[in-house]
Design a protein around this ligand. Sequence first.
Ligand code: FAQ
Length: 321
Amino acid sequence: MENTIENLEAKFQAKIDAEIKIEPKDWMPEKYRKTLVRQISQHAHSEIIGMLPEGNWISRAPSLRRKMALLAKVQDEGGHGLYLYSAAETLGTSREQMFEDLNAGKAKYSSIFNYPTLTWADIGAVGWLVDGAAIMNQVMLTRTSYGPYARAMVRICKEESFHQRQGYEITMALAQGSPEQKEMAQDALNRWWWPSLMMFGPNDATSTHSAQSMAWKIKRKSNDELRQAFVDATVPQAEFLGLTIPDKDLKWNEERGHYDFGEIDWEEFWQVVKGGGPCNKQRLRDRNKAYKEGAWVREAAMAHAKKRAEKRKAEMVSSNA
Ligand code: FAQ
């Protein structure tokens, strides 16, 4: 068969349909590559920007045990960013370019991280709801069609599931504590519920990328399907805690076998995505500061790697002599 674009595309789609992973050196349509770079880099940026609202509470965690768990979680998120940047690099983009786009405010990251963590209960809500929403979306990504992304997601999901439990456990301790503590947990749920539903992205009728991403099996489930699965899984968890989800339209629909829920404020969602959320400016300022202050670490690491490569080359030359 001749290697025309049409034939290459047909072979590519046949591989996807047969559940064969696409690997970095395989031929792929330019749009597939671009979609992956966009999604994986946005995902990586979300992981490292996501460290900021939680990092805010490391020095104020209420006990050593809580501090250790939170430190480990925040460190995990940094690791997730690294696996994801590495996966994106296999598609021919550079880490420096991705960082530049993020620092300049040109790249997107998840809307959720533009909300403030005002009390310790917010750390519980972030783990329970934000990591809970992240896992719901990310489990399908362990089966995404691009090999390096799928493999990175396997490890990420294992860690995220621990994060969700530590958040739920913090919320449970508060919900079963004094009336003031329970009130804190309820207040955090009230503020984080709707932004967590927004994490899944625009609804299916307005999502620009979903149809093509699903045909390429980059996404396996639509934004609305995942959002519904998250609501269905989370409502009983809130009931168990004795907390109330802030949605007067939330009710079990026997016919559908799912919870019905109220309308998301899409105006708020787009405002946050476009940079107008409560913390967008602060997040970018903190990210730029960290990047600038970490320059010497990057330089030292690169110098070390260069020296090691030179040493290895010299050893190979002398062993071949
Ligand atoms: N925020 O056509 P769609 C985490 C944009 S990781 C901002 O539906 P797509 C771990 C979208 O980019 C959380 N922008 O797009 C953690 C597109 O704009 P573009 C992140 C959003 O890609 C926990 C436009 O709207 N997870 O939480 C958002 O098919 C705790 C149209 O949307 C991932 O990134 C949003 N919420 O579906 C860390 C998972 N939603 O690019 C620390 C991987 C949509 O055309 C603490 N990503 N947009 O300019 C995905 O699964 C997908 O990219 C979606 C969006 C589902 C996010």
